[in-house]
Design a protein around this ligand. Structure first.
Ligand code: ADP
Length: 248
């Protein structure tokens, strides 16, 4: 087993928007190398939780740690990103006029750690990383095609690839299979499960079939707190979870 203790640790986190408690004493631990799915009805606080991890939303109280060394509440959004936390939003935002290869190259170049030496992107090790990522996301055959011709699913994988260029330690993925065909969903399941172990992956997803196909551990959020945690079989048989989903 590749796990070595928590990579992400949220303790007693609270967030209110104009007096409304969007996050209510949230406690969450993600182990290193884990693939975790977060589910829950609309308004459960899933997006707000992701925003807290990336530093977009600041909690009123509580603690948020990345590994044992980084208190994320003291860090800016760009600093949190450069610690190795990548976020994939639902809508793909690839550069359609650029080739698949150039999109990946650009993902590397926008890394401020290498910006001072722009010629560095020509370095063989970066080319190697692009090849490695192309292999991971299954777009090797399309490397020289403009991203604009890719299918919806392929664009999503390219965007995950762009995040992977910088070898993040934690990937946050927002509804990865929305709008995908059955086949694309299967390919996405393979991709995300292959990433786990090398990095930690947290997926917010509504499609229960997809969640069942990838997750070993599922966290159910409800009214800003953890309602249940366990395997998909455990949480889907939990009376509290059934009540929340059927009562929606
Ligand atoms: P989910 O992603 O699980 O659907 P959200 O995190 O988007 O849930 O929202 C949790 C609750 O907080 C919702 O009731 C939502 O209306 C509220 N909320 C989220 N962001 C804001 C905001 N910026 N201002 C006011 N209310 C918000």
């Amino acid at each position: 087993d590749v796990r070595h203790g928590p990579i992400l640790y949220l303790e007693d986190v609270n967030v209110s928007f104009d007096g409304f408690k969007a996050i209510n004493n949230l406690n969450l631990t993600i182990d290193d190398g884990e693939l975790r799915c977060i589910i829950g009805p609309n308004g459960a606080g899933k997006t707000t939780m992701m925003d807290i991890i990336t530093g977009k939303t600041r909690p009123d109280t509580g603690s948020v740690w990345f590994g044992s060394r980084h208190n994320l509440l003291t860090k800016s959004e760009p600093d949190i990103a450069s610690l190795g936390i990548g976020r994939k939003f639902q809508k793909p935002t690839v550069f359609e006029a650029l080739t698949v290869f150039e999109n990946l190259e650009l993902a590397m170049a926008t890394d401020k750690r290498i910006l001072p030496t722009l010629t560095a992107i020509m370095k063989p090790e970066f080319r190697d990383r692009i090849d490695e990522v192309l292999e991971m996301i299954g777009l090797k055959q399309l490397r020289d095609k403009p991203a604009g011709i890719l299918s919806h699913g392929q664009k999503q994988w390219l965007e995950i690839g762009m995040l992977l260029m910088q070898k993040p330690r934690l990937l946050l993925v927002d509804e990865p299979v929305a709008g995908m065909t059955e086949q694309e969903m299967e390919r996405t399941a393979e991709l995300l499960t292959s990433l786990a172990g090398k990095q930690s992956v947290v997926v917010v997803e509504h499609d229960m079939g997809f969640v069942r196909s990838i997750a070993r551990q599922v966290t159910v959020l409800h009214q800003g707190s953890v309602l249940a945690e366990g395997t998909m079989d455990q949480v889907s048989n939990d009376p509290e979870v059934i009540k929340v989903y059927l009562g929606e």
